[in-house]
Design a binder for this molecule. Structure first.
Ligand SMILES: Cc1cc2nc3c(=O)[nH]c(=O)nc-3n(C[C@H](O)[C@H](O)[C@H](O)COP(=O)(O)O)c2cc1C
Length: 167
């Protein structure tokens, strides 16, 4: 598939099989993240790879566990940004996570960009979980990408052409 097909094919997957994503595939997805543009080329990010049920369960803590936020995905990537990131930081992180989601699609891996898992890393208990996952000191996870193989098919959201102005 080409880029246009991958963009159209990406969709949020919220049920995964237990099949792990091979490490070399995770690496390719992370590299796609590192290739994202960033304001002034600061590349302020860190990408924290989370695998294994015990570590993934930490991301469900704020939701009461039971895969509440991770949907049984066998892997997740946290995009961590400096706590004192410049005002462009949120845009940088967003581009990075979409780069990774599109790379995953191209590699036959389903995904879900998910904010709720990082809520499990906030507050005093959350900080301990973040440290356990390897989020570096001075950084905070701002968004996650769940990764795995979808347990059922899916398709992206309907698009509204009227939101394009001027064409
Ligand atoms: C910043 C951001 C945060 C999101 N957080 C969650 C989340 O916590 N859980 C979830 O299931 N989906 C989450 N989503 C996925 C959106 O719900 C999804 O992209 C939207 O419904 C459109 O569907 P699609 O991705 O299948 O096209 C998030 C998406 C974005 C961009």
């Amino acid at each position: 598939m080409g880029t246009i097909e991958d963009i159209a094919g990406r969709h949020s997957t919220r049920a995964y099989t237990s099949q792990p994503v091979p490490p070399d595939v995770l690496r390719q997805i992370a590299i796609a993240g590192l290739q994202a543009p960033s304001a002034m080329n600061h590349q302020p990010w860190r990408i924290v790879v989370v695998t294994g049920p015990d570590k993934l369960a930490l991301l469900d803590a704020a939701g009461g566990g039971n895969n509440a936020y991770t949907y049984g995905a066998p892997a997740a990537m946290l995009v961590a940004m400096p706590v004192d990131a410049d005002p462009w930081g949120a845009i940088d992180a967003g581009i990075l996570v979409e780069n990774m989601a599109l790379a995953a699609t191209a590699l036959g891996v389903q995904s879900c960009i998910a904010g709720m898992p990082v809520t499990s890393l906030k507050g005093p208990d959350g900080a301990a979980r973040a440290a356990e996952l390897g989020v570096p000191e001075g950084y905070q996870a701002v968004i996650s990408l769940l990764l795995g193989y979808g347990a059922q098919g899916g398709q992206g959201h309907a698009i509204d052409h009227s939101k394009v102005i001027g064409l």
